[in-house]
Design a protein around this ligand. Structure first.
Ligand SMILES: NC(=[NH2+])NCCC[C@H](N)C(=O)O
Ligand SMILES: [Mn+2]
Ligand SMILES: [Mn+2]
Length: 306
């Protein structure tokens, strides 16, 4: 009885400044995601891509953030509302939703969909905290806001398409943080979220940290959302991302992390949904970042060396 994994492409680039991240789903598919998933022992089914408004058809005013706003918020709402429906329908059909971004704003839709019928924890593999609100964001880019959106912080509290009330702070664990805005740092310190930074990984090793992150995300929840932002990996290894930060996790650490996730999943069936985001083929070298994205996803679904 092998699990069906439904691949949902979300070629969103409305949440980030650097163009090209909309090609992420194609690049990850081209890197043989489906074959790699089959080799891992699951059945991939590709549901194609959501349609996203092209840059040329967008309201130019929507890209201009004024203070206390987020760029393209109306368009992001439209895409994430549709994505949430898709993710919820996938789970209702008994399949596993695997969302390919696109920039990280797609996680608003995937978490919202996955948390409709479950209390949802999250493990957030990212260099960034993605905890800005429209009020605190230094950039106005929604890809820096998905966790704040799911938690209903700031203006997101009035946005039912974003706020997922069954996602609670104490069930969220970050792994690999190394770039946090000042306001995010304040929010994080005051919050009940658990943040494992690169320093924790240096000190304790990746597998111990991820095991603890999974404990946090599974405690008192019905399932875990895994969000994999490729800028989590060191930019020398994964250069095709829009907001690279040096000092990231190594190739081996990254695999060890996702293997730890899959081991827990095999034992306890804990992972409910996943997104793989921020692959930007324009900035990549020879599709290396998309290939790593596909490999790490395969590790998350049980691919082993031996
Ligand atoms: N998903 C990402 N790559 N997020 C980067 C966010 C960068 C910065 N913190 C911002 O809010 O603009
Ligand atoms: Mn990031
Ligand atoms: Mn991110």
């Amino acid at each position: 009885m092998s699990k069906t994994v439904r691949i949902i492409g979300a070629p969103m680039d409305l949440g980030a400044d650097r163009r090209g991240v909309d090609m992420g789903p194609s690049a990850i598919r081209y890197a043989e995601l489906a074959d790699r998933l089959s080799d891992s022992g699951v059945d991939p089914v590709d549901a194609g891509d959501l349609s996203i408004p092209r840059a040329e058809e967008r309201d130019p005013d929507a890209s201009q953030p004024s203070e206390g706003t987020a760029k393209f918020l109306r368009e992001v709402e439209d895409v994430c509302t549709r994505l949430s429906d898709r993710v919820a329908a996938t789970l209702e059909d008994g399949e596993f939703p695997l969302v390919l971004g696109g920039d990280h704003s797609v996680a608003i839709g995937s978490m919202h969909g996955a948390a409709r019928a479950a209390d949802l924890g999250a493990v957030w593999f990212d260099a960034h905290a993605d905890l800005n609100t429209p009020e605190t964001s230094p950039s106005g880019n929604v890809h820096g806001m998905p966790l704040a959106a799911a938690l209903g912080r700031g203006a997101f509290g009035e946005m039912p398409w974003a706020h997922a009330p069954r996602v609670r702070e104490e069930s969220i664990a970050y792994v690999g943080l190394r770039s946090i805005d000042d306001r995010e740092r304040e929010l994080l310190r005051e919050s009940e979220m658990t943040a494992y930074t690169m320093a924790d990984i240096d000190e304790r090793g990746m597998t111990a940290v991820v095991a603890d992150a999974l404990d946090v995300a599974t405690d008192g929840t019905d399932g875990v959302h895994v969000s994999l932002d490729l800028d989590w990996v060191d930019p020398r290894t994964a250069p095709g991302v829009g907001t690279p930060v040096r000092g990231g996790v190594t190739y081996r650490e990254a695999h060890a992390a996702l293997e730890t996730v899959s081991e827990r999943h095999e034992a306890d069936d804990v992972v409910r949904s996943m997104d793989v985001v921020e692959v930007n083929p324009i900035l990549d070298e020879g599709n290396e970042t998309a290939t790593i994205a596909a490999e790490l996803t395969a590790s998350a679904f049980g691919k082993r060396i031996l």
